[in-house]
Unconditional design. Structure first.
Length: 261
């Protein structure tokens, strides 16, 4: 059985149906064998993720990274799907294996074509999906689905598949203003606390300096007063000694007069 037929049946092909689909009845082992050889998974990752926040009016950039291709010469078809809970998926935009960008469903409108861009950032490895001027309705999950496509017996066949997703959260300007004001309030409160603490520390320092100056001044005054007090005591002692000696001198004179007589 041709490999492309198995690929159609497994859903690996670009088309979703095959005319021979109702005529095939496969066992479980056959499905597993075919899925291993025909639909081997690509390694697909999306960044940033798993969740990213933007404000209303900002531009979102999502990158789809592809690796582990089965064949170096094979081509890639990249789709971006918008998903809403519980299981609603809407195909938005696709880059075909030839690099042509196509829009689907409501996203074919001119309004969306101006806002949605799909670019090949790095050759067959990185694809950039741009959503310009984000709106609240753009909030949700975005899935990047990649198919590796090559020729088999002159027919295009999907060799492998891979997908990855991320979530975009769109914050309104009011919420953003509230959060920024809350951050500013916390920052001001922090600086106010720091100001009070700094004033308290400075006050303690100033009081300490004043007390130290007062102590030094008192010590200086005491040291200056001590010599004067000792001089006064010395003069007082000298006067008392002189007063004590004078009566003795008078007695000596009287005894001398008695001897002369």
């Amino acid at each position: 059985m041709p490999a492309e037929t198995w690929a159609y049946m497994l859903g690996c092909q670009d088309n979703h149906t095959h005319p021979l689909w109702p005529n095939f009845h496969l066992s479980v082992n056959s499905w597993l064998e075919v899925s291993h050889h025909v639909c081997e998974a690509l390694n697909v990752t999306v960044s940033p993720g798993p969740r990213v926040q933007y404000a209303v009016g900002e531009n979102a950039s999502l990158f789809c990274h592809v690796s582990q291709k089965r064949r170096p010469e094979s081509l890639l078809a990249v789709r971006w799907v918008f998903a809403l809970p519980p299981a609603q998926e809407y195909l938005m935009i696709k880059m075909t294996k030839y690099g042509v960008v196509q829009y689907y469903g409501n996203y074919t409108r001119h309004f969306y074509k101006q806002r949605l861009l799909l670019l090949e950032e790095r050759h067959r490895t990185v694809y950039k999906f741009l959503i310009l001027n984000l709106q609240q309705t753009d909030q949700g999950h975005y899935i990047c689905k990649v198919q590796e496509i090559g020729k088999h017996r002159n027919k295009w066949t999907a060799w492998s598949n891979g997908s990855a997703s991320t979530e975009i959260q769109v914050i309104s300007s009011e919420v953003l203003d509230d959060s920024s004001s809350e951050k500013n309030r916390k920052a001001w409160k922090f600086f106010e606390d720091m100001y009070v603490y700094a004033v308290f520390v400075c006050s303690i320092g100033i009081v300490s300096v004043l007390l130290f100056t007062l102590v030094i001044l008192c010590q200086t005054l005491i040291n200056k007063k001590r010599p004067r007090d000792s001089t006064a005591e010395f003069v007082l002692a000298s006067k008392q000694a002189d007063l004590a000696i004078r009566p003795l001198r008078g007695k000596d004179k009287m005894s001398t007069c008695h001897l002369e007589i």
